[in-house]
Design a protein around this ligand. Sequence first.
Ligand code: MN
Length: 133
Amino acid sequence: MARVLVIEDNPSNLTLATFLLESVGHSVLSARDAEDGLTVAHGERPDLVLMDIQLPGMDGLEATSLLKHDDVTRDIPVIALTALAMKGDEERIRAAGCDDYIAKPWNYRAFLAAVAGQLDRAREGRPPPPANP
Ligand code: MN
């Protein structure tokens, strides 16, 4: 399955996201703020990042923009975790480089469908493995 980095400052949300991801076989890396999350993303190159938008200090939109401007991390899909639901927020989220978003409170099926969708998309975008000799 996949390695997923969850950047989320709310312990309950982090616990829930970890539970949902592990329930379908993914392994989870976590960070509590954007700076730590960027360090883990750069060092571990996870298959997917789930990015809380409201974080202490640097917010998730700025962190996503940095990930998408770094050659090491730019191809990693980012799903925003957001309580924002107002008109215009989706545009801001997309403009920052997020590939998708999941609005809180999470619908578990929608959460896992968004995760699977981005992992599938990333897999399809990857060059095929080398042919066996
Ligand atoms: Mn938060």
